[in-house]
Design a protein around this ligand. Structure first.
Ligand SMILES: Cc1cc2nc3c(=O)[nH]c(=O)nc-3n(C[C@H](O)[C@H](O)[C@H](O)COP(=O)(O)OP(=O)(O)OC[C@H]3O[C@@H](n4cnc5c(N)ncnc54)[C@H](O)[C@@H]3O)c2cc1C
Length: 446
């Protein structure tokens, strides 16, 4: 092979497709029995639902272009009617992204948003460790920063919800430098959090995994499943051998398209420089879970509700209406807090998720015709997601090595992207970047 790609998520498949287009022989070696990685589409009451990545929005041009090329159509996220917020024991309605809190609380939210975005402007996304305030930001967590600017309790609780759904972690686990870099890579807090005009604006009716499946169809038998990569050996003649449960693959270059944490499960021989090994140990994946309930109709729409809700009490803390159409089945998606949700047995998970839906949308929510959930932190192979929850100290200590090539080993994966990092779009962009680097190296050598 010219190039072996490790991992058949959006990053790896995009890299393989691009390298194939450039005329290289490629094989993609995937540890799971399916493609898509953190894009994984299941079904509830026969309707496709995304257990991992769901939404796309404006400026996510790389994934939107890929989807269009593969004929995977989007639909707008349902947003007509009132949103709900369960806050301090009461359920209230609101419209737009910022929920209805007291005037003082709303002023505080705006103040903190303004201050956060001012910090963002001081951090270069591609090289955050070079910011004059990098050391200061990376020595504190998002929670430390919120306290240092005297954010009120409601603002801190709202930011905790943002952290949970964005990184699958609490604000005290995430470096402030990581938080501002991540938000800036998404184009700001509004762009990242909004439905209309933001990252939740649209979704794929057939699910996001369809995009990965279609890329795989194009790649054909170049994609090998059930083949966890155990080792990557670099030889003195510049070639490499990728050792997997599915066999050995010789290559002139390798693209490793797995989250930084999962690089640690691969033995590199000779070993990578220490910074790379430490990076893998200090770039942990967060944990986020999802629950879906299907009903005969989207009954909440009759009551003028959009199906969108926020809750300061778990485990269901954000919901969306992902029903297939106006007529027919109603489907609620709930993001659930992995800390309290994942340890429960399946029957109890269903119970607490439905209780969460019922508190928000009324009694009818307790009687679904089908239910499904997925706990990413409990996956047996390559667990975690939605993305890395990078703790204080990691970016300034190891950031420069996040995707710097080692000989002919190149690094992809959404965590390595500078635009929409953490999202499908970032994964696609990282795959294109790594493919370009590998192509350049192969051309240089020949
Ligand atoms: C619950 C949840 C909700 C999300 N919501 C959204 C959303 O709405 N919109 C959005 O844009 N993004 C969302 N995301 C994030 C999105 O899913 C990821 O950014 C994207 O899928 C990452 O793609 P990737 O190719 O970089 O990594 P992955 O998808 O993780 O792919 C890596 C692949 O490598 C494989 N692998 C790992 N180790 C090895 C090994 N040793 N050998 C062989 N194979 C290996 C894994 O099995 C996996 O298939 C969400 C994620 C989750 C979990």
């Amino acid at each position: 092979m010219d190039v072996v790609v490790v991992g058949a998520g959006f990053a790896g498949l995009t890299a393989a497709r691009e390298l194939t287009r450039l005329g290289h022989d490629v094989v993609v070696v995937e540890g799971r029995d399916r493609v898509g990685g953190r894009s994984y589409t299941g079904a509830v009451a026969g309707v496709p639902v995304d257990l991992g990545a769901t939404f796309v929005g404006p400026t996510q041009d790389a994934v939107l272009a890929l989807a269009a090329e593969l004929d995977c159509a989007t639909v707008p996220t349902y947003g007509r009617g009132k949103n709900l917020i369960r806050w301090r024991g009461r359920v209230r309605t609101y419209r737009s992204t910022i929920p209805r809190l007291s005037v003082l609380e709303l002023v505080d939210v705006s103040r903190i948003q303004w201050r956060f975005e001012r910090v963002c402007r001081k951090v270069p996304v591609a090289r955050p460790w070079t910011s004059p305030i990098a050391d200061r930001l990376d020595s504190t967590s998002l929670d430390d920063w919120l306290r240092s600017v005297h954010a009120g309790a409601s603002t801190r609780d709202l930011m905790a919800i943002v952290a949970r759904v964005t990184w699958g972690a609490e604000p005290d686990a995430v470096s402030m430098l990581h938080a501002v870099r991540y938000v800036q890579a998404a184009g700001g807090l509004g762009r990242m959090l909004d439905v209309k005009g933001g990252a939740q604006q649209d979704r794929f009716l057939s699910g996001t995994q369809e995009i990965a499946t279609r890329m795989t169809e194009q790649l054909g038998d170049r994609v090998v499943l059930n083949a966890p990569v155990r080792a990557i050996r670099r030889h003195t003649d510049g070639t490499l051998t990728v050792v997997s449960d599915g066999g050995l693959f010789g290559a002139r270059a390798v693209v490793v398209a797995v989250p930084p944490e999962h690089r640690a499960a691969i033995e590199f021989d000779p070993p990578l420089p220490d910074e790379y090994l430490e990076l893998a140990r200090h770039w942990p994946q967060g944990h986020l879970s999802k629950a879906y309930a299907a009903y005969d109709t989207p009954f909440w729409r009759d009551g003028g509700c959009s199906g969108e809700a926020l809750s300061d009490e778990g485990p269901v803390f954000i919901t969306f209406d992902v029903s297939p159409s106006d007529a027919g089945l109603g489907i609620l998606l709930g993001f659930t807090d992995a800390r309290t949700f994942d340890p429960l047995p399946p029957e109890q998970r269903r119970e607490v998720a439905l209780a969460g839906f019922t508190t928000l949308f009324g009694d009818a929510a307790s009687r679904p015709i089908d239910y499904l959930d997925h706990c990413w932190g409990a996956e047996r192979f390559a667990p975690g997601g939605p993305t890395a929850a990078v703790p204080p100290g990691s970016w300034t200590s190891y950031g420069p090595w996040l995707h710097a090539p080692v000989d002919a080993i190149f690094w992809a994966g959404t965590e390595t992207a500078d635009t929409w990092t953490g999202f499908l779009d970032g994964a696609v962009r990282s795959g294109l970047r790594a493919a370009g680097e590998a192509d350049h190296e192969l051309a240089r050598r020949s």
